[in-house]
Ligand binder design. Structure first.
Ligand SMILES: C[S@@+](CC[C@H](N)C(=O)[O-])C[C@H]1O[C@@H](n2cnc3c(N)ncnc32)[C@H](O)[C@@H]1O
Length: 301
């Protein structure tokens, strides 16, 4: 475990998370992480560059992390894990490994499932190509699950921090205060006044649409200039932003155990949260500095 770099709000450690969380250096963070937000290496059939485990081996490895994560989580803290879909090899059948892994993780940590989210990525290329593009017997697989878990059924959370802009029709309703109230076709009676209150935005749903093509051009430019390969599985900054704003407050501590290009750490920094990330691959760590434009970074490598 080595410090790779520091910023005013955080530290990027080079190493593997199993070792990091078992090391004395990390003792001081126990019971104090407000949000663990991460996208672990996915359970793939074919190995990716960063060496994913497969099958039962993956489930075992992943669920063993639950108790480790729990030790570091603050009593009202949250864990949000994004897990990609995977497919069986050689046939158009989805693998249940991701779901099994999440369930086993939930049970192993004795966590509560606060809510499931879907990340819809409209920019996703058609895949799996064999079944979508060639045999045309499946449609494009374009979403992944995020599971929000916690020790208590009431972790820190405030949806007023993540309100979305009102739609044009809602804005009109607020301006004109004219609404056809009364019973809906479902027999549900809509009160007269509650719709006219301006709450500064509408409550978001648990389907989050975000593409990872935009908004990290600084990162791409930095990697190009420094001859570094782009991380192959970056998440969109908007996804990290949503959960950090929803589930933490200024100065809270956010941990990404599988840091990659450090989307989580850099978004946490921009929102004035403290952060810790861990990643074994020095190339990914080097490239991640590109996510900290205008932030002083002290490198230790
Ligand atoms: C899906 S990627 C995370 C991408 C990241 N969210 C981003 O936006 O760039 C998973 C990362 O976990 C790293 N990794 C694999 N095994 C690890 C381990 N045991 N401990 C820590 N990181 C690991 C991989 O090198 C990879 O960069």
């Amino acid at each position: 475990m080595k410090i790779a770099y520091k910023t005013p709000q955080g530290i990027y450690y080079q190493g593997i998370i199993e070792k990091a969380l078992s090391s004395k250096k990390f003792d001081k963070y126990k019971e104090s992480v407000d949000l663990i937000f991460t996208s672990p290496p996915f359970p793939l059939n074919r190995k990716k560059k960063y060496g994913n485990r497969q099958g039962d081996d993956y489930i075992e490895w992943f669920s063993n992390l639950a108790l480790l994560f729990k030790e570091y989580l603050a009593p009202k803290g949250s864990i949000v894990i994004e897990m990609g879909n995977s497919w069986e090899s050689g046939r158009p059948v989805m693998s249940t490994l991701a779901i099994k892994s999440l369930l086993k993780f939930l049970d192993a940590g004795n966590f509560h499932l606060c809510q499931q989210f879907i990340w819809n990525n409209p920019a996703k290329l058609p895949s799996p190509a064999q079944w979508v593009n060639i045999e045309r017997c499946r449609v494009k697989d374009s979403f992944t699950y995020l599971w929000w878990m916690s020790k208590t059924p009431y972790p820190k959370a405030d949806n007023r921090k993540v309100l979305v802009e009102y739609s044009a029709s809602m804005q009109k309703l607020l301006n004109t205060k004219k609404y056809n109230s009364g019973k809906r076709p479902s027999e549900h009676d809509i009160g007269k006044t509650s719709f006219f209150k301006n709450n500064n935005g509408s409550i978001p749903s648990n389907v989050i649409t975000a593409s990872n093509t935009q908004s990290n051009s600084e990162y791409q430019r930095y990697c190009k200039e420094n001859g570094l390969a782009l991380h192959p599985a970056r998440m969109p900054r908007d996804l990290a932003k949503f959960f950090i704003e929803f589930l933490t407050e200024k100065n809270d501590l956010v941990l990404d155990p599988f840091g990659g290009s450090n989307t989580t750490g850099s978004v946490a920094e921009s929102l004035n949260r403290r952060w810790l990330s861990v990643e074994p691959n020095l190339d990914y760590i080097s490239g991640s500095i590109g996510n900290f434009a205008n932030v002083p970074v002290i490198k230790a490598f």
